[in-house]
Design a protein around this ligand. Structure first.
Ligand SMILES: CC(C)(COP(=O)(O)OP(=O)(O)OC[C@H]1O[C@@H](n2cnc3c(N)ncnc32)[C@H](O)[C@@H]1OP(=O)(O)O)[C@@H](O)C(=O)NCCC(=O)NCCS
Length: 150
């Protein structure tokens, strides 16, 4: 899709970003105070120098996808890794190259910041996204373990 631009997010994008995260299956806030906390967390990603949110904007008006980025230091590496906590393309716009555009922008940032790699996790059930990552040259390099505490 040619009329899609990838750009850094701004404060005005926060409600749409929260909507996309719910689409991805992230928990919906149960109380007003939680909505405010989520807003603040997104704002922090926009403001922090070691974090970013990129959005895919269609026709200069509609946000149809997003990727979040964290630059992480590792103890055995002199350069940071670019970690991707969230990536989503709105269902209607999937399979049209938007996810690839978002990942390519992450690759450009990783190169610019001289990162040694890009890393992400993807749930066992997301079989289609696993195929997408492999198509884009990602290798399955480990298992992810989670201990839920609440
Ligand atoms: C996974 C996701 C981000 C991919 O984005 P997308 O815009 O649909 O993917 P693209 O159209 O950019 O696909 C890029 C390439 O991957 C390939 N691809 C995408 N999905 C694929 C699949 N299920 N099987 C095989 N190949 C696939 C495409 O054919 C394309 O190949 P090409 O470069 O040769 O043309 C998107 O489908 C999505 O948001 N899914 C729901 C949320 C999700 O699972 N997010 C990831 C959480 S870990």
């Amino acid at each position: 899709m040619e009329n899609v631009v990838i750009r850094e997010s701004m404060a005005k994008d926060i409600p749409v970003i929260l909507g996309l995260l719910y689409e991805l299956g992230r928990p919906r806030p149960q109380k007003d105070s939680e909505i405010e906390s989520f807003r603040k967390l997104v704002k922090q990603y926009i403001d922090d120098t070691d974090k970013k949110i990129l959005v895919a904007e269609f026709d200069g008006v509609e946000i149809i996808g997003m990727v979040s980025i964290v630059l992480l230091s590792r103890l055995n590496q002199t350069s940071r890794e670019l970690y991707i906590p969230e990536l989503i393309v709105r269902e209607k716009f999937q399979n049209q190259g938007i996810g690839k555009k978002l990942i390519n922008s992450c690759i450009s940032i990783a190169k610019e910041k001289k990162c040694h790699r890009i890393r992400l996790e993807s749930g066992n059930k997301r079989k289609e996204s696993h195929k997408f990552y492999k198509k884009l040259g990602f290798e399955q390099s480990g298992l992810s373990f989670t201990k839920n505490l609440n």
